[in-house]
Write a protein that binds this ligand. Structure first.
Ligand code: AMP
Length: 438
């Protein structure tokens, strides 16, 4: 199937071509026809599948097809959980709508109100917003939803995780009943399903390649780390490898991101932090630096990195593992995009093995254990909490892959390492233990 089979207007096809998209992705093939027929839709598709264009294209097409009703309020409203994702959707609208003369604007938190207020006074076709700021504008009477035709909920699961459920429902309640609603989410179960039941009308369901098949292009590994300093040494080793062209390192806290980015700069890496305490301008500049290759290592928290799309990112490091296994999926999905291969490496502290177990359960695949010469863990791998007291380890736990040596268990077994390690460039690490995760 090609884009021309999708019944899109000429100006959209030209824009698609200008974007360099040669054929529609799976989610686009499935979602666009359903959306163009006017059905409500709930689709499970993760970032990296082309889901943004899967709703932006039918939204634009709808706006081109229909005469605008009188009024000046938005005709399409797209809600996203974070500012970064909103920016990415806005960019997609700009690119795919560039021959279509439609007006769009973005209202997100963390940005000054006056320019947003000014934009909202003007006639508007598409509005991209995060729920909190949208509610502010709505409650101040600055939004007229009278001619709204379509609502899109992007990364709905994430929006609910972030506590936006009431905001989303209040916004939806203020919209015309007659609208079309499209919901995109990594999962369609649980709370997302409940919300969908309330907000969507007889939706068609689309399920795109689940978690298990989605990350074939990503090599996933873990390192057992004794403590914070061990993690630092492991990270330093990997960042010293040429194979790491550009990387995101995830930390659990904003402070951790700042500290680690600073340390990496001190070690000579072009590194910057990205987190929610930074102004929107600073975040945007940082992402731009990364896109232009001026920055090599981005140290980020989950929320800030959500939806970020940097082409050619070779590695994702989890300096801290995320609380939710779903976030692990989102994190590693930053690499291995658009047919490229990628590597995800997680550093697992003594308290983090339950998270590993949850991730392995969710992804259905066992993560490779890596050990580096000179940076071996001091302890055997702990059992995940759920396994403790049951006697014996679950099959395969503790089985490690070892590189760089030749007389080690598991060495010389004919298995080829998927990534190559040399001896640590930083000369190992002090054996005096640091304490905790800083
Ligand atoms: P998304 O899943 O929406 O975050 O998109 C992931 C990346 O794929 C973005 O860089 C898009 O520009 C790109 N993309 C979207 N659709 C296509 C397509 N049909 N062909 C090639 N790249 C695409």
């Amino acid at each position: 199937m090609s884009f021309t089979d999708l019944n899109l207007d000429e100006q959209l096809l030209r824009a698609i071509q200008a974007c360099g998209f040669t054929s529609p992705s799976d989610i686009q093939k499935q979602a666009i026809p359903v959306a163009l027929e006017g059905h409500d839709l709930m689709a499970s598709a993760q970032t990296g599948t082309g889901k943004t264009a899967a709703f932006v294209l039918p939204a634009l097409q709808r706006l081109l097809n229909n005469e605008p009703a009188p009024g000046h309020g938005p005709r399409v409203l797209i809600l996203t959980p974070t500012r970064e994702l909103a920016t990415q959707v806005t960019d997609a609208i700009r690119d795919l709508g560039k021959f279509s003369r439609l007006r769009s604007t973005t209202v997100v938190g963390g940005m000054p109100y006056p320019p947003q207020i000014k934009m909202l006074r003007q006639p508007l076709d598409l509005l991209v917003a995060t729920p909190g700021r949208l509610i502010d504008h709505f409650e101040s009477g600055r939004l007229d939803f009278g001619r709204l035709e379509m609502l899109v909920l992007d990364e709905a699961d994430r929006m609910l995780d972030m506590g936006f459920v009431d905001d989303v429902e209040r916004i939806a309640a203020a919209l015309p009943e007659q609208r079309q609603t499209l919901l995109f989410s990594a999962t369609l179960e649980g709370e997302v399903r409940n919300v969908a039941r309330r907000l969507l009308k007889e939706p068609q369901r689309i399920q795109i390649a689940g978690v298990k098949t989605n990350h074939d292009s990503i090599d996933q590994h873990i390192h057992q780390a004794d403590d914070f300093r061990h993690k630092q040494a492991l990270l330093a080793h990997h960042l010293g490898q040429e194979a790491v062209s550009q990387a995101i390192v995830f930390t659990a806290t904003k402070r951790g991101a700042d500290d680690l980015a600073k340390q990496l700069r001190e070690q000579g890496h072009r590194s910057a932090a990205l987190h929610g305490d930074m102004s929107q301008g600073a975040r945007r500049r940082t992402v731009e630096q990364m896109r232009r290759g001026q920055c090599r290592v981005l140290v980020a928290t989950d929320v800030a990195a959500r939806g970020i799309d940097i082409k050619g990112l070779s590695h994702v490091f989890n300096f801290d593992l995320p609380m939710a296994a779903e976030d692990y999926i989102h994190r590693i999905g930053r690499t291995g995009r658009g047919g490229a291969s990628g590597t995800a490496l997680s550093l697992v502290g003594p308290q983090e093995w339950d998270k590993v177990a949850r991730i392995e359960k969710l992804t259905g695949c066992k993560l490779n254990r890596l050990v580096l010469d000179g940076l071996e863990p001091r302890q055997p791998e702990p059992k995940p909490f759920a396994q403790r007291g049951k006697g014996g380890r679950p099959g395969g736990y503790g089985q490690k892959r070892r590189f760089g040596g030749n007389n080690k268990p598991g060495g010389g077994n004919g298995r080829k390492p998927t990534i190559h390690h040399k001896r640590p460039a930083v000369g190992g690490r002090p054996r005096s233990a640091g304490n905790g995760q800083g």
